[in-house]
Design a protein around this ligand. Structure first.
Ligand code: MLT
Ligand code: ZN
Length: 468
């Protein structure tokens, strides 16, 4: 995309000299995200410091009809932050101020470019946490988390990002600044516009600030890693965990090939000497009671006595707990590392249908897509499965992608049959647009388009994302 000289001159006149960059080293970094989706360089990157600058910039872009891609930590997995047509990237990197934590209201006001982990560190001394947590917390930004309604490993306990946002400051493409809900816990004044923006992947407005809802830091956490026979056993263990006398913080699963990939990549010792059909990482919160240890021990003894698990380890120290978590959280990175080429899917079905769905899914791949090996992991307690396939070394990339596209169609039809979602937590972005009609009816699609047109009638904000 070529920017007109008039547009560039207006920016140079109206904004600080370091507002816009066309540095050849910077452009490719800001135009892409973790998907490594191929894209030309963006035509420029702008780095506003204030909401007022974002507003003036969007107004200028609207006048010149310049499309804009908002950009946070670019850790997304659906391509929502990719400047696919060389658009101008609006980076929130410099908008990274944290306001004071309010210990009475349990809130904190932050700018959108604050890194997720920085929020955790800012709130921890107050005994509070913003419980949005995932492997990319060291680089993902609050605005991006909210724009994609990010999920993660603690959704089973806390819910999605949406549940932890009280208010948003959003700038629409016409430059208007909207304060949506402020810091109100209760506000029944019609449809909640903030919730339209959350999860809209930067297509409706640029999130510039947020009032985050906080909760108390959990007490002592215990981490278990179990080896079980198969998915049926994973779900039997899940039922037992649901009945346990302590809060469940995470209940994750992974197949053996994922365990091998992650421990191999991270050079960690596998927790068990022999291979199992599937594994579970479970984290629980120890109750504040004198007999907590007894309750935990009793529950554990029960799962072994009932034959629900084959083997298990309990983290004996925070370091061991971290290492068990690394096995789970390292899967995504290990499957994308080096020369590996991965095709990702992120689906969900109702928890009650999981066992049947997984059995049908494996049958489907075995009978129709035998050349593709499935790497299965995910947030099983939420009904969310990450279903990855790796390109075999000898297979050509084009051929692999064509096979994945065929397998995807079958997979999405199966997801639809179980009334599931083709994107549980990663979003639609660029990569899952074709899949969207498997989860959204034509009526819903029409509403989504009408909402987009109401917020951004010229279609200049993050164009081509979610739908064309
Ligand atoms: C995860 O659960 O590890 C992330 O969502 C990343 C992924 O699915 O690959
Ligand atoms: Zn995930």
């Amino acid at each position: 995309m070529v920017l007109s000289q008039e547009f560039v001159s207006e920016i140079e006149r109206a904004f600080p000299s370091d507002f816009m960059s066309r540095d050849a080293e910077l452009l490719p970094v800001y135009g892409k995200d973790w998907t490594k989706h191929h894209a030309p360089n963006p035509s420029a990157v702008v780095f506003p410091r204030t909401t007022e600058e974002v507003s003036r910039f969007l107004k200028l872009c609207s006048r010149h009809r310049v499309p804009v891609v908002p950009s946070g930590g670019r850790t997304g997995l659906a391509g929502a932050a990719v400047a696919a047509k060389g658009e101008v990237v609006l980076s929130l990197d410099r908008m990274n101020k944290l306001g004071p934590v309010d210990p009475l209201a349990h809130t904190v006001r932050v700018q959108a470019g604050v890194v997720t982990e920085a929020v955790h560190q800012h709130c921890a001394p107050h005994g509070l946490v913003w419980p949005v947590d995932f492997a990319s917390k060291g680089s993902s930004q609050v605005g991006g988390n909210i724009a994609t309604n990010a999920g993660g490993v603690k959704v089973i306990h806390y819910g999605m990002t949406r549940q932890w946002v009280l208010g948003l400051e959003v700038v629409t493409m016409d430059g208007q600044i909207h304060e949506l809900n402020g810091a109100l816990e209760k506000n029944n004044t019609g449809a909640d516009l903030k919730h339209l923006v959350i999860g809209s992947e930067g297509t409706l407005g640029v999130i510039t600030e947020a009032t985050l809802k906080l909760t108390r830091l959990p007490g002592q956490l215990d981490v278990f890693f179990f080896a079980v026979d198969d998915m049926r056993a994973v779900l039997s263990l899940f039922l037992e965990a649901r009945r346990a006398p302590f809060p469940l913080m995470a209940f994750e699963t992974l197949s053996h090939n994922c365990l091998e990939a992650s421990t191999g990549h991270l050079k960690l010792k596998p927790p068990f000497a022999s291979a199992a059909g599937a594994y579970v990482l479970m984290e629980v919160q120890r109750p504040h009671s004198p007999d907590a240890q007894e309750a935990l021990d009793g529950w554990l003894a029960g799962v072994f006595e009932k034959g629900l698990v084959r083997d298990g380890v309990i983290a004996q120290s925070p370091r061991e707990a971290r290492e068990l978590w690394m096995i789970r959280e390292g899967i995504a990175e290990s499957l994308m590392s080096g020369t590996r080429f991965v095709h990702k899917n992120d689906v969900s079905v109702p928890v009650a249908s999981l066992e049947e769905f997984v059995a049908r899914m494996y049958e489907l791949f075995e009978s129709r897509h035998g050349e593709l090996e499935v790497y299965l992991y995910g947030h099983i307690g939420d009904g969310n499965l990450h279903l990855n396939t790796m390109k075999p070394e000898a297979m050509d990339r084009e051929e692999f992608l064509a096979k994945c596209a065929r397998a995807d169609r079958d997979l999405f039809a199966l997801v639809q049959r179980y009334r599931g979602s083709v994107s549980a937590e990663h979003g639609i972005g660029l990569l899952k647009k074709d899949a969207l009609p498997y989860s959204r009816t034509p009526g819903e699609m029409a509403l989504l388009r009408a909402i987009k047109a109401a917020f951004d009638p010229q279609g200049l904000l993050n164009p081509g994302k979610i739908f064309d």
